[in-house]
Design a binder for this molecule. Structure first.
Ligand code: ATP
Ligand code: MG
Ligand code: MG
Length: 553
Protein backbone atom coordinates (compact mmCIF):
# COMPACT_ATOMS: atom_id res chain seq x y z
CA UNK A 1 0.00 0.00 0.00
CA UNK A 2 1.14 3.55 -0.62
CA UNK A 3 2.78 5.68 2.06
CA UNK A 4 0.39 8.59 1.57
CA UNK A 5 -3.36 8.70 1.04
CA UNK A 6 -4.57 10.39 -2.12
CA UNK A 7 -4.24 14.14 -1.97
CA UNK A 8 -3.99 17.11 -4.31
CA UNK A 9 -0.17 17.22 -4.25
CA UNK A 10 0.04 13.57 -5.18
CA UNK A 11 -2.33 14.22 -8.08
CA UNK A 12 -0.11 17.08 -9.29
CA UNK A 13 2.93 14.78 -9.13
CA UNK A 14 1.14 12.11 -11.16
CA UNK A 15 0.20 14.70 -13.77
CA UNK A 16 3.70 16.19 -13.90
CA UNK A 17 5.22 12.75 -14.44
CA UNK A 18 2.62 11.83 -17.06
CA UNK A 19 3.16 15.12 -18.93
CA UNK A 20 6.93 14.65 -18.83
CA UNK A 21 7.40 17.90 -16.85
CA UNK A 22 9.59 15.94 -14.48
CA UNK A 23 11.22 12.55 -14.83
CA UNK A 24 11.54 11.90 -11.12
CA UNK A 25 9.94 13.23 -7.93
CA UNK A 26 12.42 15.00 -5.65
CA UNK A 27 11.24 16.44 -2.33
CA UNK A 28 12.96 17.77 0.77
CA UNK A 29 12.26 18.17 4.44
CA UNK A 30 13.80 21.55 5.39
CA UNK A 31 13.77 22.19 9.16
CA UNK A 32 15.50 25.13 10.72
CA UNK A 33 17.75 23.65 13.45
CA UNK A 34 16.42 26.00 16.14
CA UNK A 35 14.65 23.42 18.29
CA UNK A 36 13.39 19.86 18.42
CA UNK A 37 10.85 18.55 15.93
CA UNK A 38 7.18 18.24 16.87
CA UNK A 39 4.13 16.35 15.63
CA UNK A 40 3.51 19.05 12.98
CA UNK A 41 6.92 18.31 11.51
CA UNK A 42 6.04 14.61 11.53
CA UNK A 43 3.23 15.41 9.13
CA UNK A 44 5.64 17.24 6.83
CA UNK A 45 8.20 14.41 7.09
CA UNK A 46 5.62 11.72 6.33
CA UNK A 47 4.34 13.74 3.41
CA UNK A 48 7.69 14.60 1.82
CA UNK A 49 9.30 11.20 2.31
CA UNK A 50 6.04 9.35 1.71
CA UNK A 51 5.28 11.04 -1.62
CA UNK A 52 8.79 10.44 -2.92
CA UNK A 53 8.53 6.79 -1.84
CA UNK A 54 5.18 6.44 -3.58
CA UNK A 55 6.83 7.49 -6.86
CA UNK A 56 10.24 5.87 -6.36
CA UNK A 57 11.76 9.34 -6.01
CA UNK A 58 14.22 10.98 -3.63
CA UNK A 59 14.01 13.11 -0.49
CA UNK A 60 16.70 15.29 1.03
CA UNK A 61 17.04 16.30 4.61
CA UNK A 62 18.12 19.90 4.45
CA UNK A 63 18.87 22.09 7.40
CA UNK A 64 17.59 25.53 6.67
CA UNK A 65 20.24 27.24 8.71
CA UNK A 66 20.35 30.77 7.33
CA UNK A 67 19.81 32.43 10.71
CA UNK A 68 23.04 32.17 12.74
CA UNK A 69 21.65 33.40 16.04
CA UNK A 70 19.13 30.69 16.86
CA UNK A 71 20.72 27.57 15.47
CA UNK A 72 22.66 24.86 17.21
CA UNK A 73 24.27 21.46 16.49
CA UNK A 74 22.30 19.87 19.33
CA UNK A 75 19.19 20.54 17.26
CA UNK A 76 20.79 19.19 14.10
CA UNK A 77 21.53 15.90 15.85
CA UNK A 78 18.09 15.61 17.44
CA UNK A 79 16.39 16.25 14.09
CA UNK A 80 18.41 13.53 12.35
CA UNK A 81 17.57 11.09 15.14
CA UNK A 82 13.87 11.89 14.99
CA UNK A 83 13.60 11.55 11.20
CA UNK A 84 15.35 8.17 11.34
CA UNK A 85 13.27 7.02 14.27
CA UNK A 86 10.12 7.81 12.30
CA UNK A 87 11.44 5.32 9.76
CA UNK A 88 12.80 7.49 6.97
CA UNK A 89 16.19 7.58 5.24
CA UNK A 90 17.20 10.72 3.41
CA UNK A 91 18.99 10.60 0.08
CA UNK A 92 21.07 13.75 0.48
CA UNK A 93 21.91 15.49 3.75
CA UNK A 94 22.47 19.19 3.16
CA UNK A 95 22.93 22.47 4.97
CA UNK A 96 21.59 25.62 3.39
CA UNK A 97 24.69 27.32 4.79
CA UNK A 98 26.84 25.21 2.46
CA UNK A 99 25.27 27.19 -0.39
CA UNK A 100 26.17 30.65 0.96
CA UNK A 101 28.81 31.09 -1.75
CA UNK A 102 26.41 30.16 -4.55
CA UNK A 103 23.67 32.34 -3.08
CA UNK A 104 26.04 35.27 -2.94
CA UNK A 105 26.77 34.79 -6.66
CA UNK A 106 23.04 34.68 -7.44
CA UNK A 107 22.56 37.94 -5.55
CA UNK A 108 25.38 39.48 -7.64
CA UNK A 109 23.64 38.23 -10.78
CA UNK A 110 20.46 40.03 -9.72
CA UNK A 111 22.45 43.24 -9.09
CA UNK A 112 24.07 42.90 -12.52
CA UNK A 113 20.66 42.61 -14.11
CA UNK A 114 19.43 45.70 -12.31
CA UNK A 115 17.15 43.54 -10.16
CA UNK A 116 18.66 44.20 -6.73
CA UNK A 117 20.05 47.20 -4.88
CA UNK A 118 21.73 48.09 -1.62
CA UNK A 119 19.46 50.14 0.63
CA UNK A 120 20.83 52.31 3.46
CA UNK A 121 17.45 52.76 5.15
CA UNK A 122 17.00 51.10 8.52
CA UNK A 123 14.61 48.22 9.17
CA UNK A 124 11.82 50.41 10.60
CA UNK A 125 11.94 52.78 7.67
CA UNK A 126 11.86 49.93 5.18
CA UNK A 127 8.90 48.34 6.93
CA UNK A 128 6.94 51.62 6.93
CA UNK A 129 7.75 52.38 3.32
CA UNK A 130 6.43 49.03 2.11
CA UNK A 131 2.88 50.34 2.60
CA UNK A 132 -0.28 48.41 3.45
CA UNK A 133 -2.91 46.36 1.66
CA UNK A 134 -4.72 49.58 0.71
CA UNK A 135 -1.71 51.86 0.22
CA UNK A 136 1.17 51.35 -2.20
CA UNK A 137 4.73 51.42 -0.92
CA UNK A 138 7.19 54.27 -1.30
CA UNK A 139 10.34 53.78 -3.33
CA UNK A 140 13.63 54.00 -1.48
CA UNK A 141 15.86 56.99 -2.29
CA UNK A 142 18.64 54.40 -2.87
CA UNK A 143 16.60 52.37 -5.36
CA UNK A 144 18.28 53.68 -8.46
CA UNK A 145 21.91 53.14 -7.61
CA UNK A 146 23.95 51.84 -10.54
CA UNK A 147 24.87 48.16 -10.78
CA UNK A 148 28.54 49.08 -10.29
CA UNK A 149 27.84 50.99 -7.10
CA UNK A 150 25.59 48.19 -5.80
CA UNK A 151 28.18 45.51 -6.54
CA UNK A 152 30.83 47.47 -4.71
CA UNK A 153 28.61 48.14 -1.71
CA UNK A 154 27.44 44.53 -1.54
CA UNK A 155 31.05 43.39 -1.52
CA UNK A 156 31.83 45.82 1.28
CA UNK A 157 28.83 44.45 3.22
CA UNK A 158 30.30 40.98 2.78
CA UNK A 159 33.74 42.18 3.88
CA UNK A 160 32.38 43.35 7.19
CA UNK A 161 32.74 47.09 6.62
CA UNK A 162 29.26 47.86 8.02
CA UNK A 163 27.49 47.15 11.28
CA UNK A 164 24.31 45.10 11.78
CA UNK A 165 21.35 46.76 10.07
CA UNK A 166 23.35 49.53 8.41
CA UNK A 167 22.63 48.23 4.93
CA UNK A 168 20.55 45.54 3.27
CA UNK A 169 20.26 44.15 -0.22
CA UNK A 170 16.75 44.32 -1.66
CA UNK A 171 15.20 42.78 -4.73
CA UNK A 172 13.95 45.46 -7.12
CA UNK A 173 10.47 44.43 -8.15
CA UNK A 174 7.40 46.63 -7.69
CA UNK A 175 6.64 48.92 -4.74
CA UNK A 176 3.00 49.13 -5.87
CA UNK A 177 2.41 45.38 -6.15
CA UNK A 178 -0.85 44.25 -4.53
CA UNK A 179 1.25 41.51 -2.89
CA UNK A 180 3.34 43.24 -0.24
CA UNK A 181 5.91 40.44 -0.44
CA UNK A 182 6.76 41.71 -3.92
CA UNK A 183 7.48 45.27 -2.75
CA UNK A 184 11.26 45.07 -2.94
CA UNK A 185 11.78 42.39 -0.27
CA UNK A 186 15.06 42.33 1.63
CA UNK A 187 17.19 39.42 0.39
CA UNK A 188 20.42 39.90 2.37
CA UNK A 189 21.10 41.42 5.78
CA UNK A 190 24.16 42.01 7.91
CA UNK A 191 24.49 39.86 11.05
CA UNK A 192 27.83 39.79 12.82
CA UNK A 193 27.37 36.47 14.61
CA UNK A 194 29.02 33.08 14.78
CA UNK A 195 27.28 30.45 12.66
CA UNK A 196 27.12 26.82 13.83
CA UNK A 197 28.34 25.56 10.43
CA UNK A 198 30.20 28.37 8.68
CA UNK A 199 31.73 29.93 11.79
CA UNK A 200 32.83 33.51 11.11
CA UNK A 201 33.18 33.13 7.35
CA UNK A 202 30.12 35.30 6.68
CA UNK A 203 28.60 38.40 8.18
CA UNK A 204 25.87 38.74 5.57
CA UNK A 205 23.06 36.20 5.52
CA UNK A 206 20.36 35.55 2.91
CA UNK A 207 16.75 35.97 3.96
CA UNK A 208 14.63 32.82 4.05
CA UNK A 209 12.39 33.85 1.16
CA UNK A 210 15.40 34.31 -1.13
CA UNK A 211 17.40 31.35 0.14
CA UNK A 212 14.66 28.73 0.08
CA UNK A 213 13.91 28.66 -3.66
CA UNK A 214 17.64 28.66 -4.42
CA UNK A 215 18.24 25.72 -2.04
CA UNK A 216 15.44 23.82 -3.74
CA UNK A 217 16.85 24.60 -7.19
CA UNK A 218 20.46 23.70 -6.29
CA UNK A 219 19.26 20.29 -5.13
CA UNK A 220 16.99 19.63 -8.08
CA UNK A 221 13.90 19.51 -5.90
CA UNK A 222 10.84 19.19 -8.14
CA UNK A 223 8.01 19.74 -5.65
CA UNK A 224 8.72 22.05 -2.74
CA UNK A 225 6.00 21.44 -0.17
CA UNK A 226 5.36 23.91 2.62
CA UNK A 227 2.61 25.15 4.89
CA UNK A 228 -0.05 27.63 3.85
CA UNK A 229 1.47 30.70 5.49
CA UNK A 230 3.94 30.70 2.58
CA UNK A 231 1.23 30.94 -0.08
CA UNK A 232 1.76 34.72 -0.41
CA UNK A 233 5.47 34.07 -0.88
CA UNK A 234 4.95 31.89 -3.94
CA UNK A 235 5.13 34.79 -6.46
CA UNK A 236 8.49 35.77 -5.01
CA UNK A 237 9.62 32.12 -5.01
CA UNK A 238 8.83 32.00 -8.73
CA UNK A 239 10.51 35.37 -9.28
CA UNK A 240 13.75 34.12 -7.70
CA UNK A 241 13.71 30.93 -9.76
CA UNK A 242 13.12 32.86 -12.96
CA UNK A 243 15.62 35.70 -12.50
CA UNK A 244 18.40 33.75 -10.83
CA UNK A 245 18.49 31.53 -13.93
CA UNK A 246 18.79 28.29 -11.99
CA UNK A 247 19.00 25.12 -14.00
CA UNK A 248 16.26 23.32 -12.09
CA UNK A 249 12.83 24.93 -11.85
CA UNK A 250 11.17 23.77 -8.63
CA UNK A 251 7.58 24.68 -7.77
CA UNK A 252 6.12 25.42 -4.39
CA UNK A 253 2.89 23.79 -3.13
CA UNK A 254 1.18 24.65 0.12
CA UNK A 255 -0.92 22.56 2.51
CA UNK A 256 -2.54 23.44 5.81
CA UNK A 257 -0.46 22.89 8.91
CA UNK A 258 -1.34 20.24 11.44
CA UNK A 259 -3.01 21.58 14.56
CA UNK A 260 -4.17 19.17 17.26
CA UNK A 261 -6.55 20.23 19.99
CA UNK A 262 -5.11 19.93 23.52
CA UNK A 263 -1.62 20.05 21.96
CA UNK A 264 -1.48 23.75 21.23
CA UNK A 265 2.20 24.28 21.55
CA UNK A 266 3.44 23.20 18.16
CA UNK A 267 6.07 25.80 17.54
CA UNK A 268 9.73 25.33 18.27
CA UNK A 269 9.93 28.83 19.67
CA UNK A 270 7.18 28.20 22.20
CA UNK A 271 8.48 24.76 23.06
CA UNK A 272 11.85 26.33 23.77
CA UNK A 273 10.21 28.75 26.21
CA UNK A 274 8.75 25.80 28.12
CA UNK A 275 12.12 24.06 28.20
CA UNK A 276 14.16 27.18 29.05
CA UNK A 277 11.78 28.18 31.85
CA UNK A 278 12.02 24.72 33.43
CA UNK A 279 8.28 24.15 33.07
CA UNK A 280 9.00 20.74 31.57
CA UNK A 281 11.75 18.18 32.01
CA UNK A 282 13.59 18.89 28.73
CA UNK A 283 12.59 18.69 25.07
CA UNK A 284 11.58 15.04 25.51
CA UNK A 285 9.16 15.63 28.36
CA UNK A 286 6.26 13.25 27.66
CA UNK A 287 3.78 16.13 27.98
CA UNK A 288 5.25 17.88 24.95
CA UNK A 289 4.10 17.17 21.40
CA UNK A 290 7.73 16.91 20.32
CA UNK A 291 8.66 13.73 18.50
CA UNK A 292 11.13 12.94 21.29
CA UNK A 293 8.44 13.63 23.91
CA UNK A 294 5.96 11.38 22.14
CA UNK A 295 8.63 8.68 21.87
CA UNK A 296 9.41 8.92 25.59
CA UNK A 297 5.73 8.85 26.40
CA UNK A 298 5.53 5.60 24.43
CA UNK A 299 4.31 6.43 20.95
CA UNK A 300 5.66 4.21 18.20
CA UNK A 301 6.80 5.36 14.74
CA UNK A 302 4.05 3.21 13.22
CA UNK A 303 1.34 4.93 15.21
CA UNK A 304 2.59 8.39 14.23
CA UNK A 305 2.94 7.43 10.56
CA UNK A 306 -0.55 5.93 10.44
CA UNK A 307 -1.93 9.02 12.12
CA UNK A 308 -0.23 11.34 9.60
CA UNK A 309 -1.50 9.26 6.72
CA UNK A 310 -5.03 9.40 8.08
CA UNK A 311 -5.11 13.17 8.74
CA UNK A 312 -4.26 13.60 5.09
CA UNK A 313 -3.34 16.74 3.23
CA UNK A 314 -5.53 19.65 2.32
CA UNK A 315 -5.60 23.38 1.95
CA UNK A 316 -8.36 23.95 4.46
CA UNK A 317 -7.65 24.72 8.07
CA UNK A 318 -8.91 22.18 10.56
CA UNK A 319 -8.16 21.12 14.09
CA UNK A 320 -7.48 17.45 14.55
CA UNK A 321 -8.88 15.66 17.58
CA UNK A 322 -6.11 14.45 19.88
CA UNK A 323 -8.07 11.22 20.30
CA UNK A 324 -7.25 10.38 16.70
CA UNK A 325 -3.55 10.19 17.57
CA UNK A 326 -4.43 8.08 20.60
CA UNK A 327 -6.52 5.77 18.46
CA UNK A 328 -3.46 4.83 16.40
CA UNK A 329 -1.25 3.95 19.35
CA UNK A 330 -3.98 1.72 20.78
CA UNK A 331 -4.32 0.06 17.40
CA UNK A 332 -0.57 -0.49 17.20
CA UNK A 333 -0.18 -1.93 20.70
CA UNK A 334 -3.43 -3.86 20.99
CA UNK A 335 -2.06 -7.18 19.80
CA UNK A 336 1.61 -6.57 20.59
CA UNK A 337 1.70 -5.41 24.20
CA UNK A 338 1.92 -7.82 27.11
CA UNK A 339 -1.15 -7.39 29.32
CA UNK A 340 -0.22 -7.50 32.96
CA UNK A 341 -1.51 -6.28 36.32
CA UNK A 342 -0.29 -3.11 37.97
CA UNK A 343 -1.65 -1.48 41.10
CA UNK A 344 -1.27 2.29 40.90
CA UNK A 345 -2.85 3.27 44.23
CA UNK A 346 -2.27 0.26 46.48
CA UNK A 347 -4.43 -1.01 49.32
CA UNK A 348 -3.23 -4.06 51.19
CA UNK A 349 -5.48 -7.10 51.49
CA UNK A 350 -4.76 -9.96 53.90
CA UNK A 351 -6.44 -13.24 53.01
CA UNK A 352 -6.99 -14.56 56.49
CA UNK A 353 -7.86 -18.17 55.61
CA UNK A 354 -4.88 -18.62 53.24
CA UNK A 355 -2.01 -20.66 54.82
CA UNK A 356 0.45 -18.43 56.74
CA UNK A 357 3.55 -19.43 54.74
CA UNK A 358 1.73 -20.62 51.67
CA UNK A 359 2.20 -19.43 48.13
CA UNK A 360 1.49 -20.72 44.64
CA UNK A 361 1.93 -19.84 40.97
CA UNK A 362 -1.10 -19.11 38.85
CA UNK A 363 -1.36 -19.05 35.08
CA UNK A 364 -2.26 -15.83 33.28
CA UNK A 365 -2.82 -15.11 29.59
CA UNK A 366 -0.37 -12.62 28.11
CA UNK A 367 -2.83 -11.07 25.69
CA UNK A 368 -6.47 -12.11 25.60
CA UNK A 369 -6.78 -10.99 21.96
CA UNK A 370 -3.59 -12.67 20.78
CA UNK A 371 -3.22 -16.28 21.85
CA UNK A 372 0.19 -16.52 20.22
CA UNK A 373 1.62 -14.45 23.04
CA UNK A 374 1.14 -17.41 25.36
CA UNK A 375 0.84 -17.41 29.13
CA UNK A 376 2.95 -16.56 32.17
CA UNK A 377 3.07 -17.60 35.82
CA UNK A 378 2.20 -15.09 38.52
CA UNK A 379 2.65 -15.60 42.27
CA UNK A 380 -0.19 -15.57 44.79
CA UNK A 381 0.03 -15.63 48.57
CA UNK A 382 -1.65 -14.46 51.75
CA UNK A 383 -1.08 -10.73 51.20
CA UNK A 384 -1.85 -8.86 48.03
CA UNK A 385 -2.32 -5.29 46.86
CA UNK A 386 -5.50 -4.16 45.18
CA UNK A 387 -6.45 -0.79 43.77
CA UNK A 388 -7.75 1.65 46.39
CA UNK A 389 -10.64 2.57 44.06
CA UNK A 390 -11.73 -1.06 43.97
CA UNK A 391 -12.97 -0.84 47.54
CA UNK A 392 -15.68 1.36 49.01
CA UNK A 393 -16.83 1.17 52.57
CA UNK A 394 -20.23 2.57 51.66
CA UNK A 395 -20.82 1.56 48.04
CA UNK A 396 -23.05 3.61 45.75
CA UNK A 397 -25.74 1.74 43.78
CA UNK A 398 -24.35 -0.54 41.04
CA UNK A 399 -20.92 -0.71 42.63
CA UNK A 400 -19.84 -4.31 42.04
CA UNK A 401 -16.33 -4.20 43.37
CA UNK A 402 -15.23 -4.81 46.94
CA UNK A 403 -17.22 -3.56 49.95
CA UNK A 404 -17.89 -5.08 53.37
CA UNK A 405 -19.61 -8.44 52.95
CA UNK A 406 -19.25 -8.49 49.15
CA UNK A 407 -17.42 -11.05 47.04
CA UNK A 408 -15.43 -10.34 43.83
CA UNK A 409 -13.16 -12.25 41.50
CA UNK A 410 -9.45 -11.57 41.61
CA UNK A 411 -8.35 -11.69 37.97
CA UNK A 412 -6.57 -15.00 37.22
CA UNK A 413 -7.04 -16.14 40.87
CA UNK A 414 -9.90 -16.66 43.34
CA UNK A 415 -13.07 -15.12 44.69
CA UNK A 416 -12.43 -13.10 47.80
CA UNK A 417 -14.93 -11.70 50.27
CA UNK A 418 -14.39 -8.60 52.38
CA UNK A 419 -14.79 -9.50 56.07
CA UNK A 420 -13.18 -6.60 57.93
CA UNK A 421 -11.93 -3.07 57.33
CA UNK A 422 -8.84 -1.88 59.23
CA UNK A 423 -8.39 1.87 59.77
CA UNK A 424 -5.76 4.10 61.26
CA UNK A 425 -6.28 6.76 63.92
CA UNK A 426 -7.36 9.26 61.30
CA UNK A 427 -10.11 6.95 60.13
CA UNK A 428 -8.40 6.07 56.84
CA UNK A 429 -8.68 2.55 55.51
CA UNK A 430 -5.22 0.96 55.71
CA UNK A 431 -5.96 -2.69 55.12
CA UNK A 432 -8.75 -5.10 54.27
CA UNK A 433 -9.14 -8.55 55.77
CA UNK A 434 -10.75 -10.97 53.38
CA UNK A 435 -11.38 -14.68 53.00
CA UNK A 436 -10.96 -16.63 49.78
CA UNK A 437 -12.72 -19.69 48.45
CA UNK A 438 -10.22 -22.29 47.10
CA UNK A 439 -13.01 -23.83 44.99
CA UNK A 440 -13.22 -20.73 42.81
CA UNK A 441 -9.73 -20.88 41.32
CA UNK A 442 -9.52 -19.43 37.83
CA UNK A 443 -9.38 -21.97 35.04
CA UNK A 444 -11.02 -24.77 37.04
CA UNK A 445 -14.43 -24.15 35.52
CA UNK A 446 -16.09 -23.33 38.83
CA UNK A 447 -19.77 -22.52 38.28
CA UNK A 448 -21.16 -22.79 41.80
CA UNK A 449 -22.02 -19.11 42.05
CA UNK A 450 -21.33 -15.89 40.21
CA UNK A 451 -19.86 -12.55 41.18
CA UNK A 452 -20.40 -9.29 39.36
CA UNK A 453 -16.98 -7.71 39.73
CA UNK A 454 -13.47 -8.70 38.66
CA UNK A 455 -10.55 -6.70 40.02
CA UNK A 456 -6.79 -6.82 39.45
CA UNK A 457 -4.14 -7.27 42.10
CA UNK A 458 -0.45 -7.96 42.68
CA UNK A 459 1.07 -10.41 45.15
CA UNK A 460 2.54 -8.33 48.00
CA UNK A 461 5.50 -10.56 48.86
CA UNK A 462 6.95 -10.45 45.34
CA UNK A 463 5.57 -7.19 43.98
CA UNK A 464 8.04 -4.82 42.33
CA UNK A 465 7.71 -1.21 43.48
CA UNK A 466 7.10 1.04 40.52
CA UNK A 467 6.34 4.64 39.72
CA UNK A 468 3.52 5.59 37.40
CA UNK A 469 3.32 8.93 35.67
CA UNK A 470 -0.10 10.06 34.41
CA UNK A 471 -0.45 13.10 32.20
CA UNK A 472 -3.01 15.81 31.56
CA UNK A 473 -2.77 18.62 28.98
CA UNK A 474 0.09 20.99 29.78
CA UNK A 475 -1.71 24.15 28.75
CA UNK A 476 -5.28 25.03 29.72
CA UNK A 477 -7.89 26.76 27.55
CA UNK A 478 -5.88 26.57 24.41
CA UNK A 479 -8.59 27.99 22.15
CA UNK A 480 -6.75 31.00 20.75
CA UNK A 481 -3.47 29.12 20.54
CA UNK A 482 -4.49 27.19 17.47
CA UNK A 483 -3.16 29.70 14.98
CA UNK A 484 0.46 30.71 15.07
CA UNK A 485 0.71 33.78 17.28
CA UNK A 486 3.78 35.55 18.50
CA UNK A 487 2.60 36.04 22.07
CA UNK A 488 3.73 34.03 25.05
CA UNK A 489 0.46 34.20 26.98
CA UNK A 490 0.23 30.42 27.02
CA UNK A 491 2.87 30.55 29.76
CA UNK A 492 0.19 32.02 32.05
CA UNK A 493 -2.06 29.08 31.35
CA UNK A 494 0.17 26.20 32.38
CA UNK A 495 -1.86 23.44 34.00
CA UNK A 496 -0.35 22.89 37.48
CA UNK A 497 -1.72 19.34 37.48
CA UNK A 498 -0.36 18.14 34.15
CA UNK A 499 1.74 15.43 35.83
CA UNK A 500 0.51 13.03 38.49
CA UNK A 501 3.08 10.66 39.97
CA UNK A 502 1.94 7.53 41.78
CA UNK A 503 3.88 4.92 43.73
CA UNK A 504 2.51 1.41 43.28
CA UNK A 505 3.42 -2.11 42.29
CA UNK A 506 3.80 -4.34 39.28
CA UNK A 507 4.16 -8.10 38.84
CA UNK A 508 7.62 -9.59 39.60
CA UNK A 509 8.25 -10.37 35.92
CA UNK A 510 8.33 -6.64 35.21
CA UNK A 511 11.62 -6.21 37.06
CA UNK A 512 13.39 -6.94 33.78
CA UNK A 513 11.49 -4.29 31.82
CA UNK A 514 13.81 -2.06 29.82
CA UNK A 515 13.41 1.55 28.75
CA UNK A 516 10.95 1.77 25.88
CA UNK A 517 9.14 -1.52 26.66
CA UNK A 518 5.40 -1.13 26.37
CA UNK A 519 2.65 -2.84 28.35
CA UNK A 520 -1.05 -2.84 28.80
CA UNK A 521 -1.97 -2.69 32.47
CA UNK A 522 -5.42 -4.08 33.07
CA UNK A 523 -8.02 -1.35 33.28
CA UNK A 524 -5.36 1.40 33.36
CA UNK A 525 -4.22 1.63 29.78
CA UNK A 526 -0.98 1.43 27.85
CA UNK A 527 2.30 2.34 29.52
CA UNK A 528 5.90 2.82 28.43
CA UNK A 529 8.99 2.24 30.56
CA UNK A 530 10.60 5.68 30.85
CA UNK A 531 14.15 5.32 29.53
CA UNK A 532 15.51 8.27 31.54
CA UNK A 533 13.96 7.67 34.95
CA UNK A 534 13.79 3.90 35.38
CA UNK A 535 16.40 2.34 37.61
CA UNK A 536 17.37 -1.26 38.27
CA UNK A 537 14.55 -3.01 40.19
CA UNK A 538 12.44 0.12 40.08
CA UNK A 539 10.75 0.78 36.78
CA UNK A 540 9.04 4.08 36.02
CA UNK A 541 6.07 3.91 33.67
CA UNK A 542 4.60 6.70 31.56
CA UNK A 543 0.96 6.30 30.66
CA UNK A 544 0.67 6.56 26.90
CA UNK A 545 -3.09 6.39 26.77
CA UNK A 546 -6.01 4.96 28.71
CA UNK A 547 -7.81 1.93 27.36
CA UNK A 548 -11.03 3.26 25.98
CA UNK A 549 -12.15 6.14 23.90
CA UNK A 550 -15.34 7.04 22.17
CA UNK A 551 -13.37 8.20 19.15
CA UNK A 552 -14.18 6.56 15.83
CA UNK A 553 -12.15 6.94 12.68
P1 ATP B 1 8.23 26.11 14.09
O1 ATP B 1 7.36 27.30 14.22
O2 ATP B 1 7.87 25.01 15.01
O3 ATP B 1 9.68 26.47 14.13
P2 ATP B 1 8.50 26.01 11.33
O4 ATP B 1 7.51 25.85 10.25
O5 ATP B 1 9.16 27.33 11.45
O6 ATP B 1 7.87 25.56 12.67
P3 ATP B 1 10.62 24.56 10.17
O7 ATP B 1 11.80 24.05 10.85
O8 ATP B 1 10.77 25.65 9.20
O9 ATP B 1 9.61 24.93 11.30
O10 ATP B 1 9.77 23.38 9.54
C1 ATP B 1 10.24 22.44 8.62
C2 ATP B 1 9.07 21.99 7.81
O11 ATP B 1 8.04 21.49 8.63
C3 ATP B 1 8.50 23.14 7.02
O12 ATP B 1 8.33 22.73 5.68
C4 ATP B 1 7.20 23.43 7.70
O13 ATP B 1 6.26 23.93 6.79
C5 ATP B 1 6.81 22.07 8.27
N1 ATP B 1 5.94 22.22 9.43
C6 ATP B 1 6.20 22.90 10.56
N2 ATP B 1 5.15 22.88 11.39
C7 ATP B 1 4.18 22.17 10.77
C8 ATP B 1 2.84 21.79 11.10
N3 ATP B 1 2.28 22.14 12.25
N4 ATP B 1 2.15 21.05 10.21
C9 ATP B 1 2.72 20.67 9.07
N5 ATP B 1 3.95 20.99 8.68
C10 ATP B 1 4.69 21.74 9.51
MG1 MG C 1 10.39 27.79 9.24
MG1 MG D 1 10.28 28.49 12.82
Amino acid sequence: SSATSSNFIKTIMEEDLAAGKVTEIVTRFPPEPNGYLHIGHAKSICLNFGLADDFGGRTNLRFDDTNPVKEDVEYVESIKRDVQWLGFDWDGLFFASDYFGRMYEKARLLIDKGLAYVDDQNADRIRESRGTLTEPGIESPFRNRSAEENLALFERMKNGEFGNGEKVLRAKIDMASPNINMRDPVIYRIVHAHHHNTGDAWCIYPMYAFAHPLEDAFEGVTHSICTLEFEDQRPFYDWVIEHCETEAKPHQYEFSRLVIDKMPVTSKRKLKLLVDNGIVDGWDDPRLPTISGLRRKGYTPEAIRHFCREVGVSKSFGIVDERMLEHFIREDLKLKALRTMAVLRPLKVVITNYPEDGSEWLEAENNAENEEMGTRQIPFSREIFIERDDFMEVPPPKYFRLFPGNEVRLKNAYFIKCEEVVKNGAGEVTELRCTYDPETKSGTGFTGRKVKGTIHWVDASQAVPAEFRLFEPLVQDEAEETEETENSSFLDRINPNSLETLQGYVEPGMKEAAGGDKFQFFRHGYFNVDPNLSGPDRPVFNRIVSLKSSFEI
